[in-house]
Write a protein that binds this ligand. Structure first.
Ligand SMILES: [Zn+2]
Length: 109
């Protein structure tokens, strides 16, 4: 399990993080609209929408870009979404990308 605030990993069940003191309860399994940390080009808005809707974030970016180019409202909508949408927590990022650490080819010697 990971600390939801600082991202420190714990192998055992603990109630509070010894590094930052955050409560270590099981993260809510509910599906929330958040800006993605691990799949982002600018602020993670399209990545977050893609995860939320269960579609390819690249498709969301493409549609959003078309809205920006043909109409101009997409840019304002992006800025509003950037402000309104909370960024996903470190724990959520690690849950979405479990095997990224250690998978780097340079580290495997
Ligand atoms: Zn912590």
């Amino acid at each position: 399990m990971f600390c939801p605030r600082c991202g420190r990993e714990y192998s055992d069940r603990v109630n509070f993080c010894c590094q930052c003191g955050a409560a270590m309860f099981a993260p809510p399994a509910e599906h929330k609209l958040r800006r993605s940390r691990h799949d982002k080009k600018i602020a993670g808005v399209c990545g977050g929408f893609g995860e939320y809707l269960g579609v390819d974030p690249t498709l969301v970016r493409l549609i959003w870009l078309v809205a920006v180019v043909f109409g101009g409202t997409g840019l304002l909508a992006y800025l509003i979404a950037w402000i309104v949408m909370p960024e996903e927590t470190l724990a959520e990022t690690k849950a979405a990308v479990p095997a990224q650490t250690g998978a780097a080819p340079a580290a495997s010697r």
